[in-house]
Design a protein around this ligand. Structure first.
Ligand SMILES: O=C(O)CCC(=O)C(=O)O
Length: 364
């Protein structure tokens, strides 16, 4: 979710700073509340060749002669990486173009218009930039909106968006739901779990969108577009609207930049899928960097378990030789606990882990 991704909900601070407006001003110095020193930078050393991030071809997965091979690739990618770029995904380029246009137009609106959606004290959704647990702000303006279940839609957010953006988002969300359902069914097959178990968790689940605008920054090395985190979702599907790089992922302890493949989706495994698969799949830690020249605009959709679900390892995967690695907890409680902890890489997932040696006292 997050977003929405809850890591965006880390503060109930209601003071509002639009980074987009800040960079329009004459000053080129970075306000202290954005400055983060001692960041880990991507490993671009010549002695560490960049592994190429995997690409999965949806058309091969569903109907190609070699769909079994592609399914194996999907499975091993979710084990080794927890992230892939999805091509030939079937969402029409006309819908993507429309969405990109609408999202760009949204961020061009005058600040007063966007302020109608401002994050309010104590609320988890809305427009703005937030203060993190370390007292700093990320170099981004974003709008986070819960889209499902329908009764959890805030009356002042989704229904009040400009109608062309709202309608386009609705169509996009419906396409992404179909796509995510196909991916979940395929993952269930690869994990050897009854697909009904997977659908039961996901169907009519908790869903949210985060539209983000990362302005260019005069000193990108001093700020973070988005702090390192993993998503609490089952799956997140990201569209990189204007083709600008900036996403970085942590693999084997090192940070790597991810290059945009035009119109591909970046799909990542979230913490709740890592838990459900009892640690077979891995959620990936990621962050966003900025650059001096160009803004970066993205739309992330977060597909999470339904609010009534219990989050825990799939019973099918648990046996005496394969004990549960994570505790079981209701989704509502899971979200509440998440918000009470400061976002810090994959720390929240670790909080769900059953300590070594205590497995015999817990059942799936
Ligand atoms: O905007 C991006 O590139 C990444 C977004 C993201 O990681 C998130 O919203 O959790």
């Amino acid at each position: 979710m997050g977003s929405s991704n809850p890591e965006d909900f880390s503060s109930s601070d209601s003071s509002m700073i639009s980074v987009q407006e800040l960079v329009k001003g004459p000053t080129k110095s970075i306000p202290q509340q954005f400055v983060r020193l001692n960041q880990e930078h991507p490993s671009l050393s010549v002695t560490t060749p960049l592994p190429s991030t995997p690409t999965i071809d949806m058309s091969r997965l569903v109907s190609g002669d070699d769909h079994e091979l592609e399914l194996q690739k999907l499975h091993s990618t979710c084990i080794d990486w927890g992230l892939f770029q999805l091509v030939n995904h079937g969402v029409s380029s006309s819908l993507l173009e429309k969405l990109k246009h609408e999202v760009e137009e949204f961020f061009k609106l005058p600040l007063e218009e966007k302020m109608k959606y401002k994050i309010r004290e104590g609320e988890l959704e809305g427009y703005g930039s937030r203060i993190r647990g370390d007292g700093k702000r990320d170099w981004v303006d974003s709008i986070n909106i819960i889209t499902n279940p329908l009764h959890r839609r805030s009356p002042r957010l989704f229904p009040e968006l400009p109608s062309s953006l709202r309608n386009t988002l609705e169509s996009y969300l419906s396409e992404l739901k179909k796509l995510a359902t196909k991916l979940f069914v395929l993952m269930a097959k690869a994990l050897k779990i009854d697909e009904k178990e997977m659908i039961e968790l996901f169907d009519d689940g908790f869903q949210a969108v985060r539209m983000a605008y990362y302005p260019p920054c005069p000193k990108p090395e001093s700020v973070m577009g988005l702090v390192p985190h993993s998503d609490i979702s089952l799956l997140t599907i990201l569209l990189q609207v204007n083709g600008v790089d900036g996403l970085q992922i942590r693999k084997d302890g090192l940070w790597f930049p991810l290059n945009v493949i035009p119109d591909a989706f970046v799909v990542n495994v979230g913490d709740t899928l890592e838990i459900f698969s009892n640690g077979v799949y891995h959620s990936i830690e990621h962050k966003v960097s900025t650059n001096t020249e160009t803004e970066r605009i993205t739309v992330a959709f977060f597909f999470s378990p339904k609010l009534e679900a219990d989050i825990g390892p799939s019973p099918t995967l648990i046996n005496p030789n394969n004990p549960p690695l994570f505790r079981k907890v209701g989704m509502e409680q899971y979200l509440k606990d998440y918000f009470s902890l400061k976002p810090n890489g994959k720390a929240y997932l670790d909080h769900m882990r059953i300590p070594n040696g205590q497995h015999q006292h817990n059942s799936a």
